[in-house]
Design a protein around this ligand. Sequence first.
Ligand SMILES: Cc1ncc(COP(=O)(O)O)c(C=O)c1O
Length: 355
Amino acid sequence: MRRALASIDRSALAHNLRQVREFAPRQAVYAAVKADGYGHGAVTVAGALAGVDGFAVSSLEEALQLRWAGRVEPIVTLSQPLDATICAQAAAHDIRPVVFDRSHLDVLADYVGPTLSVWIKLDSGMHRLGFPAAEAAALDRQLAVLPHVERVGWLTHLGCADDIEHPLTEQQIANFEAATATLDGQCSIANSAGVLAWPASHADLVRPGIMLYGSSPMGHASAAEYGLRPAMHLSAPLISRRRVAAGEPIGYGATWCAPEDMDVGVVGIGYGDGYPRHAPSGTPVSIRGRRVPLIGRVSMDMLTVDLRTVPEAEIGERITLWGPDLPADEVAEAAGTIAYELFCRLTPRVAFETI
Ligand SMILES: Cc1ncc(COP(=O)(O)O)c(C=O)c1O
C-alpha cells in the first residue's frame, strides 16, 4: 500500500491553461513553474501545458532543469542574482534573467559573450524587487549601449491583486504604464490574480502560477467559480481505526477529547510528508466524497479524523487531503495558510504519479 500519494492531473493543467487564455486571449502566457512547479513537478507541468509561450522560474538551476528535460520555450528567471558565471550560463542556454537590482548593472556592463537577453523589473509600488519606475528610461539608455545585452521587456509584480478592493493595484498599473509608455520591449504585469480580476494588467504577457494548478488566489471567489480544476489530488490510506470512549483524549497533547463514544480513524500522512502540523482540529479531509474533520494534533507520520459521519470507512481506503472533491484553498484557509504553501512544502516522502 502506497503512503501519501500526489496524483498530478495533466488534463486539469491543460484545462487551466485554456482558462488563462479565456481571461487573457491576446496575451502571451508564461507559466510560473518555480519551486518545482509549485510542488507539482516542473517538468511534468511543463509537459502538460501544450502551447504555452514560455516559463517563469526562480533560478538558473530551475531553468536548466527544464532545458535538460528538452523544453525549448523561452524561460525567465525571476529572482536569480546575476554574476559573470550566471550570465554566461544563461546566455548559453537562452535563459533570460530579470535585472532587478543595481548590483546587476555592473555585472552586465562587464559581460562579454553570446547575447544575453534580459527582462528589467520595475518597482511600481510593491517595494520588493526592481528599480524605481521613474528610472526606467535612464536604465533603458544605460543598457542600450551594452553590445552583448539585449532588452526583451519590462515587468513588474502586483502586491495586492488578490484583493479586488485594494487601491494599490490600479496605482501600480498606472505607475508601470507611465514608466514604460515610450520604451520598446514587451510589458508584463499580471500574476494569476491580475489575469482573473484586473484586465488592465494584462499588457503583452501574463505570468500565471497558482491558477494553473487549480487554486484561486482571490479571497472572495473559489477556483471552481473561475472554472479551474485542481491539478493535484493528495491522498493517504486509512491505516487504523478504533472506538474511543466519551471524554477520552486523542493524540499528542490531548488537545481534543471525544464528546461521545465514537469511531476515530488514523490516516497515514503527517508533517513528515509536508501536511501542515499547525492544521487545527476541524480542518477538513474527504472520505468517500464527504467532508470529515481532522481531530487532535497532526503528528509526523499520521493524523486522526472523526469517523462519525463515515462509519463504513475501511482500513486501506484512500482518504483525500485535497483534490477534486476538497479544494486545497479550503484546507489552506482552515490551516491558516495558502494553497501555494501546501503544495510547495510536500516532502520527498510523498509518492508522485501523473494521470
Ligand atoms: C514575479 C512573479 N510573477 C508571477 C508569479 C505567479 O504568481 P501566482 O502564482 O500568484 O499567479 C509570481 C509568484 O509568486 C511572481 O513572483
